[in-house]
Design a protein around this ligand. Structure first.
Ligand SMILES: Nc1ncnc2c1ncn2[C@@H]1O[C@H](COP(=O)(O)OP(=O)(O)OP(=O)(O)O)[C@@H](O)[C@H]1O
Ligand SMILES: [Mg+2]
Length: 286
């Protein structure tokens, strides 16, 4: 098992986009190799808006049940890459991809891939909490109903289980019939996580899930990620490097569409191999 899918020699020199680039091989690399199963595999995967290559020939294995942070300056392609994983970019007409992106051995962009089923297995939570203007119960029950669950008792069980997993149950169990828009921003964001969990996904994509939240609500989301760690494959885009180092096992650093460095988080933050990574994490540019 390799963290990046392209070939490399024992010194960790890999060819990416034609140029030789050193891939960081940390001391606990062997442990990761043994413990990690690739869940999403990108091979020479590029994403274009028209002629503009926003994400360039990415080669990476995202490991199952780990938390992977995606960091990098504004406009480097973080959201574009994240959205590609459950084909949310399909909604943008000029957007197309080259190379391959595989999920559990299936081509995400394959001719026969059903994107509704794909999004059931790969859920997403956005920067701004976006509950439906419905009751708390109906927000969570929405996905399961869409996928054919109509039994009231089963729906009630799913709602409770999802809210418990999202560490929100105790705060809302007595007001499930109230409008979700009446919740605080932090509660709304945990509701959005619960809504994503209700259809039993395998992967959760979180695009700056705390950037609209205050520090207290942010801490609750980080605690929630900790709760979910090990049960789901989680990818989180964040501009907050403390957050990346607190919550993630692995970190990807993107710069101008290139995946420059991808390593276990503690290594990337303490001993980056690439100068541009170091400049970014030490705040020389943002
Ligand atoms: N719908 C679109 N049409 C055309 N270009 C786009 C579109 N969305 C993003 N881009 C461009 O693609 C590049 C990557 O954008 P993306 O939103 O993925 O960056 P990001 O790393 O998520 O940035 P931020 O940190 O500001 O959210 C940028 O140059 C952006 O202008
Ligand atoms: Mg973004």
């Amino acid at each position: 098992m390799q963290m990046t899918a392209e070939s490399k020699d024992s010194a960790g020199v890999a060819s990416q986009g034609g140029a030789k680039r050193e891939i960081f091989l940390p001391p606990d690399r062997e442990r990761l190799k043994e413990g990690g199963t690739p869940h999403v595999v990108a091979k020479n995967f590029s994403i274009f808006y028209g002629d503009f290559e926003a994400v360039k020939k990415v080669n990476a294995d995202i490991l199952s049940k780990y938390v992977t942070a995606i960091i990098g300056p504004s406009g480097c392609g973080k959201s574009t890459f994240l959205r590609a994983i459950n084909r949310m970019n399909d909604l943008i007409p000029s957007c197309h991809t080259t190379g391959t992106l595989m999920f559990e051995g299936e081509d995400i962009y394959g001719k026969y891939t059903d994107e509704v089923l794909l999004r059931k297995r790969i859920g997403m939570v956005f920067q701004k909490p976006n509950p439906f203007p419905k009751s708390i119960f109906d927000n969570i029950a929405y996905g399961p109903r869409l996928h054919g669950v109509n039994d009231k008792k089963i729906l009630a069980e799913i709602v409770e289980k999802s809210l418990r997993k999202a560490v929100l149950w105790d705060e809302v169990s007595d007001r499930l019939d109230r409008n979700a828009l009446g919740l605080s921003g932090g509660q709304q964001q945990r509701l959005c996580v619960a809504r994503a969990l209700a259809v039993e996904p395998d992967i959760l994509l979180l695009d700056e899930p705390t950037s609209a939240l205050d520090p207290k609500a942010t801490a609750k989301i980080e605690d929630l990620i900790e709760e979910l760690r090990g049960s789901y494959t989680i990818l989180i885009v964040t501009h907050n490097m403390q957050q990346a180092s607190r919550v993630s096992d692995h970190t990807m650093f993107f710069y101008e569409g290139d995946l420059v460095e991808y390593a276990p988080t503690k290594h990337l933050f303490t001993n980056p191999r690439d100068q541009v990574t170091e400049d970014y994490i030490t705040g020389r540019f943002s």
